[in-house]
Every structure is written in structure tokens, then in C-alpha cells.
Design a binder for this molecule. Structure first.
Ligand SMILES: [Zn+2]
Ligand SMILES: [Zn+2]
Length: 397
């Protein structure tokens, strides 16, 4: 049996004020991937102050796992927030702007941490569940390395959980609107680099060179046939070349060209096709022209694939809070990538979006822009969502 939201204790007024205070403090002290030391110290201090005593730091570098148990229930739920900021100079002029020059919370991870902190505070104070909640603060989401670092540090062996949940704010979606979907939700990101090695020479003597620019251009065009002519049209993927760099001069044909790019997709099977075809096309075209090439292909982010039962629980909690009309249980797939996907590969999970607002200055500025800011008005909703979710999954008899 789940507890209807209307039957839950009211949201403590002073917690609302503390949420803003925590968020603003975190916003003022942003730290880049794996450098979140002040952030971790602050989170630890707040967690202990709100009554969560079991706080383990240094998990996967600067990550934290805090644990709160009530009753005798054996199930454990993880609530995950990301800790790192971006190397951007904040443009906003509000009173709590970044005090660390050249870095800012431009992706709202300050808000995500605050929502998980708030859930810790609310659940520590009010209980209403039977089992264990683990509050996971992961470093280095932006480069997509922190989740794996925590797992390499024994995350799920040391702190077992049955399911994991996370939220990301979305500018452009009305404040507090909720969206998620079952199955593939966010894409994987892989990067590639193709080094085409020809033989440079005088621009006026094309017959004496092996021109890597012409060959590289052919490679770029051929890569566009992977999605159009190799993949099953019912599967989605993106192949984008993003850099084309030569070592030539205006009147000299260069020796080599480096093509860099990025691919997105939703399954391992499609990822393998993309990698294989990039290698085949690059090597084949280069060989056909008497050039050679080296191809590197790296996995940066796993796709985020949501578990059906976790999505059902998340949607139910969100509908209890927000009403049916504000919850989209089948929102479109999104080609951006999230480090949450690494966790969700190992335990059932649900990642969801929460609207950050649409108007400029009220949460509408895009993620990763220098005028972005997390919308404080959705903090309480995020906290209530997490608490409702925990109480519905870890029911008291
Ligand atoms: Zn980001
Ligand atoms: Zn983010």
C-alpha cells in the first residue's frame, strides 16, 4: 500500500528556507569534476546536522554515501545527486553568484544535491518508511567518470541498494513538470578520432601528393551513410563530425588531417555498429587513395535505460504530488547523455526530468549557458518527490 500524498505530514516551513540557503551556498562554491572537496565537506556537515549520522566520504574520490534506516525492512533505495560544476564564468548578477572564478554550477547540480539533502532532512525528521535509504552524491558527472569511479570503489558491494533514482532539471519545461519513460531514455555518447595520413606537398602539384584533405572530406561524407544506410531505420543514432584539423598552410597540401566527432545511440548493439562502420569506412577510403589512417573510438557515457517497475513507482509518486496532467510517463527519448546510466546498468533505476521553468531569469536559461540558474521554486517539489517515492517503496506495515 502506498501512502497518499494528502496523508503525509506537511512540509516543514523552515526546511523550505534551509533548502534555499543550502542551494545558494553550493552555488557560491562550485567545484570541477573530482575536485568536489569543499562540496563534500559541506554536504557531510549538513547531513549530520539534519540527523543522518552514517556518512561515508571519499567514495570514488570525492563521492559520498549517506545511509538512513528505519524499522526492520530489508529493502534499500538509492537517491542520487551529482556534485560537479562546469568551467564557465557565471554571467548572472544575483547575490549568490559563484565565488570561484571561471567555474559555475551551470547544469543545476547544486539544485540536485539540495533536493537529495532535503529528502535526507525530511526523512530523518519524519520517517514514514521501513527500510534503508542511501543518499548518493557522485563526483564528476560532466565528464562521465564519477559513477564508474564510485563503482570501482565497491559502491554496490559496500552499500547495496535495490533501486536507484535521480532527477535532472530541464530549462524550457514549465517549473515542476515531470517527465520520464521506460526503457532507453538518454543516449550513450562515444567519441572518435580518425587520423588520415597522406603525403603533403606543393598546392600546385597535386599529382605528387596524397591529399589527406580530399580523402578526409570523403570520410566525413561517408560517415553520414552509417545512420542513413547501415542502421535499421527504426533504431536511432547520431554521427557528428565536430572537428577537421590539418597541419597545412594556405599554399601547401598537408601531410595529415585529424577528424574528430561524437556519436549518440541507445543500445550496445547500435554502438558496436557505429564503431565498426566508422573503422571500415575510414580504413577502406584511405586504402583506396594510398593513405593510411588510425582510428580511436572511446565510450564516454552509457545510455540511460530506465527500469519499468522503477518508472511506474516514480510516475505514481510524481502524480500523487503534481497531478496526472503534470506528469509525462512517456516523454520522448533525449539524445543528451548522463552518467546516471552507468548506475542504472547495474541496479534497476529511473532517471527523470523536472521542469526548471521557461522564462529567462526564472529557470528558462539553457543548461551549460553562463546565465543559467537553478530555479529555487522546484526544490521543495524535488524533496517531496523523493520522500513520497521512498515511502511508497519502503512501506510501513
Ligand atoms: Zn551538464
Ligand atoms: Zn547535469
Amino acid at each position: 500500500m502506498r501512502t497518499p500524498f494528502s496523508a503525509l505530514p506537511a512540509f516543514p516551513a523552515e526546511l523550505g528556507a534551509r533548502l534555499r540557503e543550502w542551494r545558494h551556498h553550493l552555488h557560491q562554491h562550485p567545484e570541477l569534476a573530482f575536485q568536489e572537496r569543499e562540496t563534500a565537506a559541506y554536504l557531510t556537515e549538513v547531513l549530520k546536522a539534519v540527523g543522518v549520522e552514517d556518512v561515508v566520504t571519499g567514495v570514488g574520490g570525492t563521492g559520498i554515501v549517506a545511509t538512513l534506516s528505519r524499522g526492520t525492512g530489508g529493502k534499500a533505495i538509492g537517491l542520487r545527486a551529482d556534485m560537479d560544476c562546469l568551467p564557465l564564468q557565471e554571467a548572472g548578477s544575483h547575490g549568490y553568484r559563484s565565488r570561484h572564478d571561471g567555474t559555475m554550477h551551470a547544469c543545476g547540480h547544486d539544485g540536485h544535491m539540495t533536493m537529495v539533502l532535503g529528502a535526507a532532512a525530511l526523512l530523518a525528521e519524519q520517517g514514514g518508511f521501513d527500510g534503508t535509504v542511501r543518499f548518493l552524491f557522485q563526483p564528476a558527472e560532466e565528464p562521465g567518470r564519477g559513477a564508474q569511479a564510485m563503482m570501482d570503489d565497491g559502491l554496490f558491494e559496500r552499500f547495496p541498494i535495490d533501486a536507484i533514482f535521480g532527477l535532472h532539471n530541464i530549462p524550457g519545461l514549465a517549473a515542476g513538470e515531470f517527465g520520464t519513460r521506460t526503457g532507453p531514455f538518454l543516449a550513450s555518447e562515444d567519441n572518435f578520432e580518425i587520423r588520415v595520413v597522406g603525403r603533403g606537398g606543393h598546392a600546385a602539384s597535386p599529382h605528387l601528393v596524397v591529399d589527406p584533405i580530399v580523402i578526409g572530406a570523403e570520410v566525413v561524407l561517408a560517415l553520414q551513410t552509417i545512420v542513413a544506410r547501415t542502421l535499421d531505420p527504426s533504431r536511432s543514432a547520431v554521427v557528428s563530425c565536430t572537428q577537421f584539423v590539418t597541419d597545412g598552410a594556405r599554399n601547401a597540401i598537408p601531410n595529415e588531417v585529424v577528424i574528430r566527432g561524437d556519436t549518440r545511440s541507445f543500445t550496445d548493439e547500435v554502438r558496436e555498429v557505429l564503431e565498426r562502420r566508422i573503422r571500415e569506412l575510414a580504413h577502406g577510403i584511405c586504402a583506396g587513395h594510398g593513405a593510411t589512417c588510425q582510428v580511436t573510438y572511446t565510450h564516454e557515457f552509457d545510455p540511460t535505460v530506465n527500469d519499468a517497475a522503477c518508472v511506474e513507482a516514480a510516475v505514481r509518486a510524481a502524480r500523487d504530488l503534481l497531478g496526472e496532467e503534470h506528469v509525462d510517463a512517456r516523454c520522448p527519448v533525449n539524445l543528451s547523455s548522463e552518467d546516471f546510466g552507468v548506475f542504472a546498468r547495474h541496479v534497476p533505476g529511473c532517471f527523470a526530468f523536472i521542469g526548471n521553468g521557461t522564462a529567462p531569469g526564472e529557470g528558462g536559461a539553457p543548461l551549460h549557458s553562463t546565465d543559467y540558474d537553478f530555479n529555487d521554486d522546484i526544490l521543495e517539489l524535488g524533496v517531496r518527490y523523493y520522500a513520497t517515492l521512498v515511502r511508497s517503496l519502503l512501506t510501513e506495515d
